[in-house]
Design a protein around this ligand. Structure first.
Ligand SMILES: NC(=O)c1ccc[n+]([C@@H]2O[C@H](COP(=O)([O-])OP(=O)(O)OC[C@H]3O[C@@H](n4cnc5c(N)ncnc54)[C@H](OP(=O)(O)O)[C@@H]3O)[C@@H](O)[C@H]2O)c1
Length: 220
């Protein structure tokens, strides 16, 4: 059974990707910080007859990534998919961005993605999917720091595509617009998130286009 590791798998797009890849008969390893969310996600997925488990890890902490890696390597030796999905966003005028918010966006979105990839790429057999955002393609008002973090992940992804082009492993940058997920729960940046695309719809489109191409761009 192929093994798919998904960071930020307890909610939103990560959980939806777990459902979509789980239905292909892949074993899903959900990774996140918040145990109750991960437990609920695993129960929901198991009710859909999906093989899955969760492991706790704050991807902004290198020692936790090392421990996660050891657990997975000892148990499975390798994985087939690494889906770098975990991310955070704080929106508003630049002058209102706090140092804590700036640190958090770079620690999770950028450093977390880099450290996870650096650690796991040697044992990842088939695919790395980096979940970015259309904010990694174009800057927008009140998204300056978030967009900066997503542009960084784009630069990282394009560079490792070249660096690891000799491997069978394919690395894909995934860009999508707004989705109706808990991402927006603490934010007023989006007036009505229910108008956005559902994460399950987006996850299905990602999987349908997941053929090893360098970029997947999900339209509105
Ligand atoms: N929603 C949108 O409109 C939208 C649009 C384009 C791109 N995206 C991107 O899509 C990805 C998924 O977001 P989403 O919309 O599904 O939001 P979400 O439901 O808030 O999911 C984000 C997940 O990231 C996890 N996470 C945050 N910090 C973490 C850390 N330090 N270590 C490990 N896990 C961490 C959270 O879980 P824990 O609480 O368990 O840590 C959460 O489950 C993000 O990269 C986001 O930037 C979202």
């Amino acid at each position: 059974m192929k093994k798919v590791l998904i960071t930020g798998g307890g909610s939103g797009l990560g959980k939806a990707l777990a459902e979509v890849y789980g239905k292909k008969n892949y074993h899903i390893i959900l990774v996140g910080r918040t145990e109750y969310k991960l437990k609920i996600a695993v129960d929901d997925l198991k009710n859909k007859e999906i093989s899955c488990e969760y492991l706790l890890c704050d991807i902004s902490e290198n020692n936790q990534i090392n421990e996660l890696f050891k657990n997975i390597k000892d148990k499975y030796n390798n994985i087939d998919y690494l889906i770098n999905n975990a991310g955070v966003g704080y929106f508003g005028p630049l002058n209102h961005s706090t140092l804590e918010e700036i640190d958090n966006m770079f620690d999770v979105n950028v450093k977390g993605t880099i450290l996870m990839t650096q650690k796991f790429i040697a044992i990842t057999q088939e695919r790395v999917l980096n979940i970015i955002s259309t904010a990694g393609l174009r800057g927008k008002v009140n998204e300056s720091v978030y967009a900066a973090s997503k542009f960084a992940v784009r630069g990282f992804t394009e560079s490792i595509q070249k660096e690891f082009s000799h491997l069978d492993l394919r690395i894909t940058a995934v860009y999508m617009g707004g989705m109706d997920t808990p991402f927006w729960d603490e934010s007023t940046h989006i007036a009505d998130k229910s108008r956005l695309r559902s994460p399950i719809e987006v996850a299905k489109e990602i999987e349908a286009n997941d053929d090893g191409r360098e970029e997947i761009l999900i339209g509105k």
